[in-house]
Design a protein around this ligand. Structure first.
Ligand code: NAP
Length: 298
């Protein structure tokens, strides 16, 4: 089969090449992949993985071979899937990490959901957000656009932080700010995708008892917390990481259901064929894609 495999010497460190067919374990099914989506982390770190590795985590397609243990959907079922080795004509994936794509949902939209949508959903679930002030940094990106929409669905007052006015296009938030300029009242929850000095500054915006969830570090810059700068009077402010992608199937089904109901837009800002992977990767890193990049294998 063909796959996007790691090649540190290739453009964007990936090359479309022959790769071995996946060998599913009893609890895995095989997906015939039609669409894949890119995430900043995969694009940034592609070159640091062992050469020849089939890369990527997000895919949509059709079940080609059901799991031998009888779990999961039957052959022919359209699914979205989350798992290593997704950027290939066929991927083996745990049945607990797939969800059926409802009728009427575009497979490109389904492929956009796993990594970014699950991260946004699960991070928001860590706090009670109804009526709370939620700040999303990197709000114009893949995770950020899902986070803004889901936080509004959850009844939060959402403040979306973007890098420039142009990046606010298509974002529907209660407030849109450039950087952190104009955030004039404390916030209860911060979903931070950017890290660096902006994370340091965001800490000062937290209300007593508030939390920062550091999802990512798109800035690539250090955040310097001066001695005692984490000290605060009253209920503790907290900062925590996110990386929980266990048993994602049910949450993936929830996201697909929201899309089917028209409540969640996948915000696919770049579509192309997977032969154009390097162009999509460059556009993503240049911060010119509003939302997700999705590639078709057709
Ligand atoms: N913990 C996890 O499980 C998990 C899961 C998914 C993603 N992540 C991480 O979360 C972060 C966001 O992922 P994503 O897929 O949403 O990425 P993305 O689509 O590239 O979005 C990143 C956003 O960060 C903003 N940004 C601010 N300063 C930046 C800088 N110096 N360089 C680049 N971007 C900058 C950009 O804002 P503007 O567009 O306004 O310029 C951009 O919209 C990444 O670091 C990713 O690796 C972590």
């Amino acid at each position: 089969m063909l796959a996007l495999v790691v090649d540190p010497g290739a453009p964007a460190s990936l090359r479309l090449a022959e790769a071995p067919e996946p060998q599913p374990s009893p609890g895995q099914l095989v997906v015939e992949v039609s669409h894949i989506s890119l995430n900043r982390g995969e694009v940034t770190f592609a070159g640091s993985r062992p050469p020849g590795t089939v890369h990527g985590y997000d895919a949509a397609g059709v079940v080609a071979r059901p799991a031998a243990d009888g779990s999961g959907p039957a052959a022919g079922t359209p699914v979205a899937a989350f798992g290593a080795g997704a950027w290939a004509q066929r991927m083996a994936v745990e049945t607990s990490a797939v969800a059926e794509v409802p009728a009427g949902v575009d497979p490109a939209a389904a492929a956009a959901l796993p990594m970014a949508g699950l991260t946004a959903l699960r991070t928001l679930r860590t706090r009670d957000i109804l009526g709370r002030r939620v700040l999303v940094t990197g709000a114009a990106g893949g995770v950020g656009r899902f986070a803004v929409q889901l936080a509004r669905m959850g009844g939060a007052h959402v403040i979306a932080s973007v890098g420039s006015p142009a990046r606010a296009e298509g974002l529907e938030a209660d407030e849109i700010v450039i950087g952190l300029d104009g955030v004039d009242r404390p916030v209860d929850l911060i979903l931070d995708n950017v890290g660096g000095p902006q994370l340091r500054a965001a800490w000062e915006l937290l209300a007593p008892g508030g939390s920062v969830r550091n999802i990512g570090w798109a800035s690539g810059e250090p955040a310097v917390f001066e001695p005692y700068s984490l000290f605060s009077i009253g209920p503790a402010k907290t900062m925590s990481t996110f990386g929980d992608v266990r048993e994602v199937g049910p949450d993936l089904a929830t996201l697909l259901g929201f899309v089917a109901e028209g409540r969640l837009s996948p915000q696919v800002g770049w579509r192309g064929n997977w032969t154009e992977y390097d162009k999509a990767a460059a556009a993503l890193l240049a911060r010119t894609i509003p939302g997700k990049a999705v590639l078709s294998l057709a």
